[in-house]
Design a protein around this ligand. Structure first.
Ligand code: ZN
Length: 143
């Protein structure tokens, strides 16, 4: 059975991120500055570079895929919860190239903004805290 809790939407931060900012760091800093401890993230934009992760379930390690050319952010989706006592952003990206081809993965540090418009919706309610999960090797929500 899934672990779950009911929450309510309280406010939405709408932001244009800085040119050449690190996408993950900038969203994390925004959540920490605004004390958003539970939330969901969406956005669109463009990147000069990207670093995506793919989690190999067998050996429990992230493989990093470096994209060293401009791409569109077709979809940025993520959430905010608590890890080590601080707001933590977990997000995935679907990116597109000049031929209309899409690819994507787990957002990692080193993903550099050309332009980005994001919404961070704060949810009220109990905190969702991430802790190590033995079954998957990931840091998952413990409720
Ligand atoms: Zn992920």
């Amino acid at each position: 059975m899934a672990v779950y809790r009911e929450t309510k939407s309280c406010r939405t931060i709408v932001a244009r991120l800085d040119y050449h900012a690190d996408l993950l760091a900038e969203m994390t800093e925004l959540c920490q500055r605004e004390n958003i401890r539970l939330g969901r993230i969406s956005g669109i934009g463009a990147l000069t570079h990207a670093k995506l992760g793919f989690y190999h379930q067998e050996n429990r390690q992230y493989q990093t895929l470096a994209i060293d050319h401009p791409v569109e952010i077709l979809s940025l989706l993520g959430n905010v919860s608590i890890k080590d006592g601080l707001p933590f952003v977990h997000a995935h990206l679907v990116l597109g190239n000049e031929r209309g081809q899409a690819f994507g993965g787990h957002l990692m540090a080193g993903t550099i903004v050309f332009a980005a418009e994001v919404q961070i919706e704060e949810l009220a309610g109990p905190e969702f805290t991430r802790r190590h999960d033995d079954q998957t090797g990931l840091t998952l929500w413990q409720l």
